[in-house]
Write a new protein. Sequence first.
Length: 320
Amino acid sequence: MNHSFAMTRTERTYYVVFGGYTLAQFFIAPVYPLFLLSRGLDLFQMNAVLATYLITVFVFEVPTGAIADRFSRKTTFLSSCVIRMGAYGLYARAHGFADCLVAEFIDAVGTTLASGALDAWVVDGVRADGDTRPTDRLFARAQVVFRTVMIVGGVACGYVAELGWAVPWLVCAGMFALTAIAGGLLMHEARPAADKARRARSLGGTALAIARRHGARRRRGGAESPRPAAPLCAGPHRGLRRVPALHPLAAAGSTARGRRALADGMDPGAHQRGRPDGRRPRSATAPPLRARGRARSGRPVAIDDAPRRRNRDRSLADAG
């Protein structure tokens, strides 16, 4: 038996719920502009109602997605059906521009609650059922259902609207109610352990995780550097400058003279011993590095000549 086209229980439920939701959403579409004209709206007001819907969807898309991640996709979808049912009921009683604006705003909020929540639910559901096939096949079938119910609803709405302008809105509200009932009975959502991580990524979970992290760091008495050290590929001295405690070492080690000074500092008796070539240490015969640098700059400096005089007296004593 070929199971390549077999549908899981979750997939069948998705087609039923998705079809009912789509039919309720677009049933009124063919007569919607005529309904707005019948309520006294001009072309500018009709476009203002449409702009209200689009702006509201844009603003509430991300927050409502976080609500779906925080609670559950099923609960969010059912809430969308209930809210849109109320919005379509308000449209049935609308008598002017303000009434249409309020109803459109509520309908837009309900739209964002279902946006993505139903698709995410079915993907998680088919994976839980053991179906590892690509989801392209699933959503391709959903598009067939989408266009079929739009055609049927568009034809039927024209006949229903002859009974009155409020009747199509009441029919759509009833369809949303039936879709919510079907979803509540047929949709099953497992809450695996991975949902804890999903909740932590939501808006409230993210803020709570940050607060806990800072509280634990304060109890430990430690503090992290606000700026990380430079990568090693940036060069040894450049990377060391990022760490204040190592900065003098990096600056001194950047020149040959500084490296000799560091070597003498690590070995306190180095200035009392001679070099392998028989010459005396440079630190015992040469003036200080800072004084020589200032002398090159042309500024008058006072150089301590006591070490040179002591060396000269010692040489005369040895010769005598």
